[in-house]
Design a protein around this ligand. Structure first.
Ligand code: MIC
Ligand code: SF4
Length: 643
């Protein structure tokens, strides 16, 4: 039987297990990436593992999230990251050089290789035919130490593209349409693999935009074939030597095939406050807009910004709109300059920012009260923009610019002839913002500011677990709910004690106090618990506060892995109706939990004290069980690597 692109890449990297859907496997990781908000912790963890140099083919440390320097904290973290990268042999991408995913795509992505990144949008590199997966910082630290990455063999969904995109419709509309059809949990446990004649009509940055938002489907990754379009892109990046053709065999088997006729697509938009709350733009036209931002790792490529600039050549921005550009990388910005597009944008009064995540993670750019903000970003979870009750819509650069011109949500097709853009023939490649590590890092001194606190130490799992439920939440809880980001909290990522004071702050500001007073404690949740970011702080900080158990209807992949890594027991209701039986304040008792886990029990009995006994599923591999019992991956890794 023939193989899919995903299976071809996995089979070349398989270290343990069989390529049987949903069964545990381990794969070799060729490249890693970190960003600053998850990276400081990942490098502290790498240090704790006790290895001197990275053991991957390539590891890159990016600074793109915490760019606001309102005091010493972020600046200190940048210095720490730069120094430790040099010491351990990782490349360092300086603040302002760009968003990790955009820069990685441009400068480092290699078809057929594996990439593990401490950011959930790492699958962006799937646009260049990598198997790129987002994970918690500790998993990335382990990969930097040369350890394989453990996951369940994903099921591969084939997305067959036919036709070509009509005028004013672009890659973002393709993935918004898929989010409309499948929802934010439609991709859990899956790789979305694109094929069919429509693929060749999409550039690598278009493909990357689609792969990027595959994360919002909950997918493990998204993969495109490597073809002549990939080769063209790599030629432009002066890296054609790393190209190889990778296409699915004609008899490859997908678990399911979804067809999208690109020619039939229309401009789409995700309404507040979930990326799957998608409708046609034309159905909600006319709502007044006060802020429009083109940027983020989803849509900040040269094409995405050039298209907006071109549409603005003989038009102007509506006076009530703040129109903002967050270029994805310095490369994008420099080429917008040589092509004259930057001049157009400055001329129409666009606010041009440095390359980075910025408002996408609430680092500035918060919208005004009760106003609509249209963004080409990835996520519009409630409050993520920094404004309470925010009304953030996600759309394509075309819809964004059309709406900036009219001051209201506008279907771009109403503007008339579509902008046609071309790539500058003298496209500039300039790696001044990327610092190569010295061949020998032994003389490099690691610079640690006072914001960087040592990692907390965690105890092993007790024999019996007796925990108080201090919080019960609904479906689709995001890691932004659990461990919010934004300009006040993100700078505390290197200080677990300080950041833990914000756990669940938007849902229950008393949570940290309750947790510490009642520890060990439990959280009860609904479906798709922990969707969104890869931030391990959403497991690490609750664990620090005393959370030992999460009992939910279902988990998002990365969050579940992070819980295991920090020794929190992730259980699933065997009968989801039992969710109703538990109230905040109840005590849950699991007798002999350690022994049950180590003996491979698939179900545990959970006693709701003074009420009833229910069953919970423990969908855990043998390795997961050992990690949880050891009190987390770091304890276990230290034992393993020292022996
Ligand atoms: C996000 O988009 O939510 C982030 C910020 O990039 C996160 C990582 C983080 O929380 O640091 C992600 O997507 O993993
Ligand atoms: Fe940065 Fe936003 Fe992309 Fe996360 S989703 S990496 S915050 S641009």
């Amino acid at each position: 039987m023939g193989l899919t692109v995903t299976e071809k890449i996995i089979s070349k990297h398989l270290i343990e297990g069989e390529m049987k859907p949903r069964s545990p496997i381990a794969i070799k990781i060729d490249q890693t990436l970190t960003q600053d908000a998850t990276g400081t912790m990942a490098y502290l963890e790498f240090e704790a593992i006790g290895i001197d140099r990275v053991r991957t083919e390539l590891s890159v440390s990016y600074v793109d999230h915490n760019l606001l320097q309102s005091d010493f904290k972020n600046a200190d973290d940048h210095r720490f990251l730069q120094s430790i990268a040099a010491k351990i042999g990782a490349y360092f991408s300086k603040p302002g050089n760009g968003i990790c995913h955009q820069v990685h795509l441009e400068r480092f992505a290699v078809p057929g290789k594996t990439l593990l990144g401490s950011d959930s949008h790492t699958p962006t590199a799937g646009g260049c035919s990598m198997l790129a997966i987002g994970a918690g910082g500790l998993d990335v630290a382990m990969a930097m130490a040369g350890e394989p990455f453990y996951l369940n063999m994903p099921e591969v969904i084939g997305v067959k593209l036919t036709g070509s995109l009509p005028d004013w419709v672009s890659a973002k509309d393709v993935i918004l349409e898929l989010l409309r059809r499948l929802s934010v949990k439609g991709g859990v446990g899956k790789v979305m693999e694109y094929f069919g004649p429509g693929v060749k009509t999409l550039s690598v940055t278009d493909r990357a935009a689609i792969a990027n938002l595959g994360t919002e489907l909950g997918a493990t990754s998204t993969v495109f074939p490597s073809d002549e379009v990939t080769l063209e892109f790599l030629k432009m990046q002066k890296r054609e030597e790393c190209w190889q053709e990778i296409v699915a065999d004609s008899d490859a088997q997908y678990i399911e095939i979804i067809e999208i006729d690109l020619s039939s697509l229309e401009p789409m938009i995700a309404c507040p406050s979930s990326p799957d709350n998608v409708v046609k733009v034309k159905d909600i036209e006319g709502r007044p807009v006060h802020q429009v931002i083109i940027g983020s790792c989803a849509n900040s490529s040269y094409r995405d910004i050039a298209v907006a600039a071109k549409a603005l050549e003989d038009r102007s921005i509506h006076p009530q709109v703040s129109f903002e550009i967050n270029p994805g990388s310095k490369q994008v910005l420099e080429n917008l300059d040589v092509s004259g597009h930057l001049k157009t944008l400055i001329h129409v009064g666009a606010r041009i920012h440095q390359s980075g995540c910025l408002g996408c993670i609430g680092m500035g750019q918060a919208p005004a009260t009760n106003t609509i903000s249209l963004r080409t970003f990835t996520r519009n979870f409630p409050g993520r923009s920094g404004t309470k009750n925010d009304q953030v819509y996600l759309c394509s650069p075309e819809t964004a610019v059309a709406s900036a011109i009219t001051g209201k949500i506008t279907d771009p097709r109403t503007l008339g002839e579509a902008p046609k853009i071309s790539w500058p023939s003298d496209y500039i490649i300039n790696d001044i913002g990327i610092i190569e590590p010295p061949a020998d890092g032994s003389e490099v001194e690691i610079i640690r500011g006072p914001n960087i606190k040592p990692l907390p130490k965690f105890d092993v799992l007790p024999d019996d677990l007796i925990v108080t439920v201090i919080l019960k939440v609904e479906d689709n809880i995001t890691t932004d709910h659990i461990m919010p980001a934004g300009s006040k909290i993100l700078p505390l990522r290197s200080n677990i004690e300080a950041i833990s004071e914000y756990v669940f702050s938007a849902i229950d500001p008393e949570f940290p106090k309750k947790a510490k007073e009642n520890a060990p404690v439990a959280i009860v949740g609904g479906e798709n618990y922990g969707q969104g970011s890869s931030r391990e702080h959403a497991a690490l900080a609750p664990r620090y506060l005393g959370v030992r158990l999460k009992l939910v209807k279902s988990f998002a992949r990365i969050h579940k892995a992070n819980l295991i890594n920090f020794g929190i027991v992730p259980l699933i209701f065997a009968n989801s109706k039992d969710y109703e039986e538990i109230s905040q304040g109840d005590t849950l008792i699991i007798k002999d939990i350690k022994q049950a886990l180590l003996s491979g029990a698939k179900e545990l009995e959970v006693e709701i004290k003074d009420k009833k006994k229910i069953k919970a599923i423990c969908d855990l591999s043998e390795r997961d069980r050992k990690l949880i019992c050891a009190g987390g991956l770091l304890n276990w890794a230290k034992q393993k690597l020292s022996s």
